[in-house]
Design a protein around this ligand. Structure first.
Ligand code: ATP
Ligand code: MG
Length: 435
């Protein structure tokens, strides 16, 4: 569980203690720079606490509006897309910055009747929210699932803020290799700091446990609590980089072992462990993305049952069409109604010439019958073009993981337009999943 960050001016000690107490009674964890430490608290630690927060309470006072530290914290929260909960402490004049950042949200003063209860309720709702989970999936290989998982959702995190978790559910673990070299990925898996720890009890949960990756015929039935995010995830946005939270649970080949499980009961247990873990991490992030394998396996079922949306990238060709047809069939026939995710389709790597025909026909409903569902309605109106910038390239030694993201690449021919497209797709998706 993360926390609610409270930003306060140096003279807001009474208000800070009042709000802290209200939050404590509502069982909401809080984080704030110790009173009196304005300007002295470690900025790196403060930034980290803001990046990890579920929201920010802003104590609005004569003291806080004049504080450079509060302004910096508020700016970081705005940049990260954090939900803000401002509350007036006194009648101090708002600075221009406070006005533009908060004016429309500033409805309550701390002394108003019921104001603190309203604040606690709003924070609790935010704090307990379960974020959207999107599985990037198509039962067809090589159509851009991994590219979309990294580039579209990397752009989402950068442009729309929030804390995003990428999970590599494909035993080929290409998403992990997008950001890290093989040795790093394998060394991490060798410590169970990897996706297998979402399915079975591992050394990440108990040092004395045996690694579930070591023995393909042994399936742990021991219960386990979710590993703290800092032990299971890799931060892709390193401190020297753009800031914010984009984390990865790295993949590994050994999750293929579930194809060889001895009994349906074992798989049911492993699957329910996975859903329980995702449920837990949903309260710690604003968005969770699964990159998935191209064939229908136990892992496909896990991804479908734990997600509320499926995004299927497709090429403008009949093979991809068949892939989404099969995918829709699997969703309709194999996933029970209470767990069934909604399906959206994104055209990927469409060149100009094909675009005119296949894509236009698909949008006009010409393939709805062949797809077995209303493909024309499931299609995102934006599409990802074929672009040299999106061709996968292995990380070079010394590269930070975030440097693999097109959204953070420097200048170059066509980069501006591809970044705009990535942002447009991210925005359309956000409206879809949050609408
Ligand atoms: N829009 C694009 N423009 C140019 N190249 C692309 C684009 N999308 C994907 N590619 C390239 O196509 C290849 C396949 O893409 P990717 O690995 O994302 O597909 P996938 O569906 O994840 O494959 P798999 O089924 O093996 O997991 C990669 O080399 C990638 O760089
Ligand atoms: Mg892939």
């Amino acid at each position: 569980m993360s926390h609610i960050f409270i930003t306060h001016g140096p003279r807001d000690v009474d208000a800070l203690l009042t709000v802290h107490e209200v939050m404590r009674q509502a069982s909401i964890q809080t984080w704030y720079a110790p009173p009196g430490s304005d300007g002295e608290a470690d900025p790196a630690q403060i930034n980290q606490a803001i990046d990890n927060a579920a929201g920010m309470v802003v104590l609005v006072s004569a003291s806080s509006t004049r504080s450079n530290a509060v302004q910096a914290q508020l700016q970081r929260a705005l940049d990260r897309g954090l939900t803000l909960f401002p509350i007036r402490v006194d009648n101090g004049r708002l600075s221009r910055f406070f006005k533009s950042a908060l004016a429309d949200k500033l409805t309550d003063a701390i002394s108003d009747e019921g104001a603190l209860e309203r604040l606690a309720t709003a924070c609790r709702e935010r704090y307990q929210r379960r974020c959207p989970v999107i599985a990037v999936m198509n039962l067809k290989g090589g159509i851009g699932k991994t590219t979309v998982s990294s580039q579209v959702f990397g752009a989402w995190q950068t442009s729309l803020g929030g804390r995003t978790l990428l999970i590599d559910l494909d035993p080929q673990y290409n998403l992990t290799q997008t950001f890290f070299d093989m040795d790093h990925a394998d060394a991490s898996a060798a410590r169970d700091k990897s996706v297998i720890s979402l399915f079975e009890r591992s050394r990440l949960h108990a040092p004395e446990a045996t690694s579930p990756a070591d023995n393909w015929s042994n399936f742990s039935t021991e219960p386990f609590a979710p590993a703290p995010t800092e032990t299971i995830t890799h931060n892709l946005l390193t401190p020297d980089g753009p800031g914010g939270r984009l984390d990865l649970i790295s993949g590994q080949f050994e999750i293929s072992k579930y194809a060889f499980a001895p009994s349906p009961q074992t798989l049911a247990l492993v699957g329910s462990n996975f859903r329980r873990m995702i449920d837990h991490y949903r309260s710690e992030y604003d968005l969770i993305i699964f990159d998935t394998n191209p064939n229908a396996t136990f892992l496909t079922r896990c991804a479908l049952e734990a997600s509320d949306h499926v995004l299927a990238p497709m090429h403008a060709d009949v093979y991809s069409l068949r892939g989404v047809r099969l995918l829709n069939q699997v969703i309709e026939e194999q996933v029970s109604a209470d767990m069934r995710p909604a399906l959206s389709v994104l055209f990927n790597a469409v060149g100009r010439s094909e675009q005119s025909n296949f894509e236009a026909d698909a949008r006009n409903g010409a393939f709805d019958e062949q797809a077995g569902f209303a493909l024309s309605k499931a299609l995102l109106s934006s599409a990802l073009p074929k672009s040299g910038h999106l061709v996968v390239r292995s990380p070079e030694e010394g590269d930070a993981p975030w440097q693999q993201l097109v959204i953070h690449r420097g200048r170059g021919g066509g980069l501006k337009s591809i970044r705009q497209t990535l942002n447009t797709i991210a925005l359309e998706l956000k409206k879809l999943v949050e609408g």
